[in-house]
Ligand binder design. Structure first.
Ligand SMILES: NC(=O)c1ccc[n+]([C@@H]2O[C@H](COP(=O)([O-])OP(=O)(O)OC[C@H]3O[C@@H](n4cnc5c(N)ncnc54)[C@H](O)[C@@H]3O)[C@@H](O)[C@H]2O)c1
Length: 268
């Protein structure tokens, strides 16, 4: 156990069946929280919850598509029936499968269904989670939304993904404004590339090399690095932070491209 910053608190993490969400769920549990491990993939949610329990923590797997209001309502009700309330919501689920993210390319050829599904999961999903979690946060609480550096800069691909993540930054401020007086804070994290298996699969070796050259620090962000920031934004230590988006990117966005060009030229 790292510390008891979340002793007796109830945390709900979406997209917790793998990658960043799984690491955040594990971190909350390691610090004492009772954790709702929500994912559209039952196997992923169960695996994360089982790993939490194997380490002596409390994790409940919840199968739910965050874009479907009825499923969100039921998942939150199931969690509350066992744990009584929600103190922390980490809305983190996003579409990364090849059929959607992989086809989010040039706009002239974009299948509108790709745009719609991206918005449904990444943006409407976050809204539905907030809508149904806020009423069961009686003592205030913390909401963290996972955005991305893709919200802050453009690219030649992934316009739907980037737009959905940019909208989350605005949504963060609205949630912070609407519920601040009830002691509910809302912040976002915007990671650069985190080498989760799905992110790795979605990129060519050349794209990965360019991302590496873009970083100022020699190390990339791991899922645990993001989990540390999410835990900070969810605990008392950040009680005066709300409406903010914190970039976690090993310096990727802190410079102009010349740095990357020089790194690229001097690569071994
Ligand atoms: N990995 C990166 O490089 C990176 C960078 C910036 C932001 N992010 C963001 O971090 C978050 C997690 O990314 P990750 O790399 O861990 O990806 P991941 O694919 O490993 O995890 C995403 C999880 O969300 C779940 N999910 C997908 N659709 C869902 C739905 N409709 N309802 C419920 N769950 C659903 C998936 O099953 C999966 O377990 C995402 O919001 C992503 O946009 C990732």
């Amino acid at each position: 156990m790292v510390s008891g910053r979340f002793d007796g608190k109830v945390a709900l993490v979406t997209g917790a069946g793998s990658g960043i969400g799984a690491a955040c769920a594990a971190r909350f549990a390691a610090e004492g929280a009772l954790v709702g491990v929500l994912d559209v993939r039952t196997a992923g949610a169960r695996a994360t919850a089982a790993a939490i329990r194997a380490r002596g923590g409390t994790g409940m797997a919840l199968t739910c598509d965050v874009s479907d209001e009825k499923q969100v309502e039921e998942a939150v009700a199931t969690l509350v029936a066992s744990f009584g309330r929600v103190d922390v919501l980490h809305s983190n689920a996003a579409v990364f499968d090849p059929g959607v993210y992989g086809r989010d390319r040039e706009l002239e050829a974009l299948d509108v269904a790709v745009w719609d599904r991206t918005m449904e999961v990444n943006l409407r999903g976050a809204m539905l989670m907030v809508k149904h979690a806020v009423p069961v946060m009686p003592d205030g609480g913390a909401i963290v939304l996972t955005s991305s550096v893709s919200a802050l800069v453009g690219d030649t691909v992934h316009a739907a993904y980037g737009a959905s993540k940019a909208a989350l930054i605005g949504f963060t401020r609205y949630v912070a404004t609407m519920y601040g007086s009830r002691g509910i804070r809302c912040n976002a994290v915007a990671p650069a590339l985190v080498l989760t298996p799905n992110a790795q699969r979605a990129m060519t070796p050349e794209q990965l090399a360019v991302k590496e050259a873009e970083r100022l620090l020699p190390w990339a962000c791991s899922t645990e690095d993001v989990a540390g920031l999410v835990a900070f934004l969810s605990c008392e230590e950040s009680r005066c932070l709300t409406g903010q988006t914190l970039v976690i990117d090993s310096g990727t966005l802190a410079h102009r491209p010349q740095h990357a060009v020089e790194r690229w030229r001097s690569r071994p």
